[in-house]
Design a protein around this ligand. Structure first.
Ligand code: SAH
Length: 473
């Protein structure tokens, strides 16, 4: 066991069991529910918040309560299987040990260890996958798996009987009892070269070395877009950048969306509104040879950090900053995500406007809305309304109504790709600022945008690709 173990206790009976576990496991801490437990190492009042905090910090977790409570508390933040710490539910009387999460980070090993302390048999459910999964997904720290997104299929293929050949030296696999064959269909490649994984191939690369102050390695800075929230909408290059990051910077909400992170990764959460300052901080870190990731939601180039980062570089004459390997990795922007859910309202020419007048004057915004409306562009409004900006959206709606018919379709996408997502289709006549908040993207149809009922309820909305007269088909 390498990660510290957090033992969460909700009852006095659980406390006794926790003490037995703690006595045999180094680096473990007993956390007790404040209102019920006396004598724990630390106390907490909010179970959900506490268990999620330890999960995000990469700590192993033993929850002395039902599997249901544990799963429900962690469900909102599950997603990045690569960085999942071990999580176990243990009956408070010590009669059952159930490994829940962390198959690739040793949960079953920990379950066996705790079960032995308690004198019971652990409820292990993944014995087959464990055999190959642990050794493949858990290389020693000198190596990283370059394409973790392919690992699930790879392991499934192995379990289904395919054989594998190893190219390069993978010392940690020597004892692994893999079905090796020089002509194996599957390939494990160990290389320091930049290669693109082929089908049926897992690539391991040496981990970036600790910077050496004399011959320092080149630092990296990736400005990444997470997409709207759902990890399925995150591009594989972004997932890889997150895996190999040493430092991760961004707003707290996005950091949580991007995590959990391993204990060897440093997270720099910030509420700092000063984008340029954050951009410079990222360069300062990367210029020391570190691998830095700057996190944005959606696409990093759409009202997010990419422009600030490049501007900071433009303004700098520090050669170390210009020597940083900088890349911008795109993401699915909120307008694209909401549009796809509703059909294709942005199917013809459109523009994206931010209604925030923090960085530009309201006059400019009004003018752009009026001109875009006159040009009959479909539009997507980002940052549509907030407490300090209550009157801007009503004014924008007024301008739209001067140019667009009352029945113009409007799509309101809120928290798209996140828990509690909602999507509504209404008309311009019905549009009321009360229906909109900062987590909403507002799509306004052009004069050609139409809607019709879907078989399963709701509407399809689309803007045809032709304009003026429909071409003969
Ligand atoms: N870079 C982000 C946009 C940042 S501006 C992107 O490309 O998506 C923030 C605004 O984006 C929010 O006020 C909201 O209008 C919109 N937005 C971001 N994520 C969203 C989501 N998941 N659902 C709906 N709107 C979202």
């Amino acid at each position: 066991m390498t990660a510290p173990l957090a033992i969460l206790v909700l009852s006095m009976r659980g406390l006794e069991t926790a003490r037995r576990i703690k006595a045999s496991i180094a680096d473990s801490t007993i956390l007790g529910l404040e209102s019920r437990i006396e004598g724990a190492d630390e106390n907490f009042s909010d179970f959900g918040g506490t268990i999620r905090e330890h999960y995000r910090s990469g700590h192993a977790i033993a929850a002395l309560c039902s599997a249901g409570i544990t799963i429900r508390s962690l469900a909102p933040i599950l997603g990045n299987k690569g960085a999942e710490p071990p999580v176990l539910a243990i009956a408070d009387d010590g009669s059952t040990v159930v490994p829940l999460l962390g198959g690739t980070t040793g949960v079953n090993v920990l379950a066996r260890q705790i079960a032995q302390i308690l004198g019971v048999t652990p409820a292990i459910t993944t014995s087959g996958e464990l055999r190959f999964g642990t050794c493949l997904l858990n290389p020693p720290p000198e190596f990283i798996l370059k394409n973790p997104e392919d690992a699930k299929t790879f392991i499934a293929d192995l379990l289904a009987g395919k054989t594998v050949r190893i190219e390069g030296d993978a010392p940690w696999l020597r004892e692994a009892q893999l079905p090796l064959d020089d002509d194996g269909e599957l390939v494990i490649r160990v290389t320091s070269a930049e290669t693109t994984p082929q089908k049926g191939e897992l690539i391991f690369q040496p981990s970036p070395a600790t910077p050496d102050p004399v011959g320092q390695r080149r630092g990296r800075l990736a400005v990444i877009g997470l997409g709207p929230g759902d990890p399925d909408y995150m591009v594989p290059a972004v997932k890889r950048a997150l895996q190999s990051a040493e430092d991760v910077l961004g707003y707290e909400t996005y950091i949580h969306m991007a995590g959990p992170f391993r204990s060897d990764q440093t997270v720099h959460m910030t509420d700092n509104r000063e984008e340029m300052q954050r951009a410079r901080h990222a360069f300062e870190l990367a210029a020391t040879g570190r691998s830095v990731v700057m996190v944005s939601s959606g696409d990093p180039g759409v009202f997010a950090m990419a422009a600030a980062v490049i501007e900071a570089l433009h303004e700098s004459d520090n050669p170390a900053w210009h020597g940083v390997e900088l890349e911008i990795l795109p993401g699915v922007s909120a307008a694209m995500a909401a549009a796809s859910r509703s059909g294709a309202p942005l199917g013809h020419d459109f523009c994206i406007l931010s209604l925030s007048d923090n960085l530009k004057s309201w006059e400019v915004i009004e003018k752009r809305i009026a001109l875009a409306a006159e040009a009959d562009l479909a539009m997507a409004f980002y940052n549509p309304i907030s407490k300090p900006r209550p009157w801007q959206l009503p004014r924008a709606i007024e301008i739209l109504r001067q140019h667009r018919a009352p029945e113009t379709p409007i799509v309101l996408g809120r928290d798209i790709g996140r828990p509690g997502e909602t999507l509504r289709t209404i008309t311009l006549a019905e549009l009321d600022p009360e229906q909109v908040d900062m987590r909403t993207v507002v799509i306004i149809g052009s004069s050609h945008t139409r809607r019709f009922g879907r078989a399963g309820g709701g509407d399809w909305v689309y803007t045809p690709r032709w304009y003026g007269t429909k071409p003969a088909s």
